[in-house]
Design a protein around this ligand. Structure first.
Ligand code: HEC
Length: 148
């Protein structure tokens, strides 16, 4: 694999003495290779940073609701179905769930790109993420069932 031979991490590892560091670097390299093979698999660690744009309104690591419903376990969940948020969802979001909208990868990606188009009339005051990488990464983060 050319990638491995040309890896700049070789030099880094010669410079850095810590073996934990080495392990971290080599697993990061493996991850890069793996994610290169599985095209467009998101990176949960990067997604955690993207989630900073959601955090004013959403918790993902706990089931605490803010302005928006908590997103713990949202992947695979029916739209508008977090019980603790039942009294706060828009009618549009509840209707979308009743009509069968499940937050799988594809539906989440469409919603996060254009919330108002995916669920017209929903009240999430967020214009959407423009970068497909950010979207894939934040979905990976949500899937990782993040804990604090
Ligand atoms: C300004 C506040 C705000 C921001 C920022 C925001 N959201 Fe939301 N979000 C909401 C609200 C409010 C709802 C409920 C919408 C409704 O009921 O119509 C919602 C709903 C959702 C839902 C549907 C949840 C369900 O239970 O059906 C998902 C998924 C979601 N947001 C993800 C995100 C992600 C990911 C981000 C960041 C990229 C984000 N939101 C940013 C306020 C926000």
């Amino acid at each position: 694999m050319a990638f491995v031979k040309a890896s700049p991490y070789k030099n880094d590892s010669q410079k850095s003495p810590g073996s934990a560091m080495l392990r971290a670097i080599s697993s990061a390299a493996l991850f890069l290779i793996a994610s290169g093979i599985a095209a467009h698999a998101g990176d949960a660690a990067l997604g955690k940073k993207v989630f900073n744009r959601c955090i004013a309104c959403h918790e993902a690591a706990t089931d605490h609701d803010k302005v928006g419903p908590h997103l713990m376990g949202v992947v695979g969940r029916k739209a508008g179905s977090a019980e603790s948020f039942a009294g706060h969802y828009s009618q549009a979001m509840k209707d979308a769930g009743a009509a069968g909208l499940i937050w799988d990868d594809a539906n989440l990606a469409e919603y996060l790109k254009a919330p108002k188009q995916k669920v017209p009339g929903n009240k999430m005051a967020f214009t959407g993420l423009t970068s497909d990488d950010d979207i894939a990464n934040v979905i990976a983060y949500l899937k990782a069932d993040p804990k604090p």
